[in-house]
Design a protein. Structure first.
Length: 241
């Protein structure tokens, strides 16, 4: 498993359902190698491109965007953590709000996926975050606490799991919480129990070249999960510089 403690910042590109061979060639040809070896740059690409991106790997790492709760068997269309391991990928996003919302993924499913990934030496990036409704009702901490308690397995620890805090209302909207709100939420997660004190916790939701510096300077923020702006190579390069 990749050694998370070697890195101080994580920049995780979530391409979602985007990409093509031409897009990948252009992206990797122009990807800045980053200034610091302390930065962990990871491209989470659609399954079908994992192998191709792996063949073009330079200083970046590779991640998937989901995996099955099953290891093998009659589960048409599924991809197991064990199969992902064969591609020597290091990370896998799970529990993204789009999967929770459109594919009915529950905390329990997310937890099972996390276990499979860790058993196969892949770091799960476990996404949590409140909806606008939760926020407006003042339920953010209750929702985050519930997601953490029920989707992070016992075998998770700061060496094998990353938490991504992604307020749902900030994803793809251009809206972001204030710096103070991000700080408060990260502190809440980190201090929920002593188990989480030393976790790598990244922020996601409308991160761009303009706001990334301020966000990454927040003490408890260990990097970012970037969707839309990870598809624009110039902007992504600015974020990781
Ligand atoms: P966004 O997406 O950067 O486009 O808001 C983030 C994510 O969904 O992980």
């Amino acid at each position: 498993m990749i050694e998370l403690k070697h890195f101080s910042s994580f920049f995780i590109a979530n391409w979602k359902l985007n990409g093509s061979f031409d897009f990948i060639d252009n992206f990797i040809n122009n990807l800045s190698t980053g200034k610091s070896t302390k930065n962990c740059i990871t491209l989470c690409v659609p399954y079908v491109y994992l192998s191709y991106v792996s063949g073009r790997r330079t200083t970046f790492n590779i991640g998937a965007q989901d995996c099955s709760i099953f290891e093998s068997g009659a589960y048409t269309g599924e991809i197991s953590a064990k199969m992902l391991r064969e591609l020597e990928i290091d990370f896998c996003i799970i529990g993204h709000s789009e999967r929770r919302q459109y594919f009915n993924e529950t905390n329990e499913i997310v937890k099972q996926k996390a276990i499979k990934l860790i058993e196969n030496s892949i770091v799960p990036i476990i996404c949590i975050g409140e909806s606008l409704n939760d926020k407006e009702k003042g339920n953010t901490h209750e929702v985050l606490g519930n997601q953490i308690e029920n989707s992070i397995p016992e075998i998770s620890n700061e060496l094998n799991t990353i938490i991504a805090y992604e307020p749902i209302w900030a994803i793809g909207t251009g809206l972001t919480p204030s710096i103070e709100e991000i700080d408060v939420s990260h502190k809440f997660i980190r201090n929920l129990t002593s188990k989480y004190n030393n976790y790598k916790i990244v922020y996601g939701g409308s991160v761009n070249a303009k706001n990334s510096k301020l966000i990454s300077e927040i003490e408890g923020v260990n990097g970012s999960l970037i969707g839309g702006c990870s598809l624009k190579i110039e902007e992504f390069n600015q974020i990781i510089s």
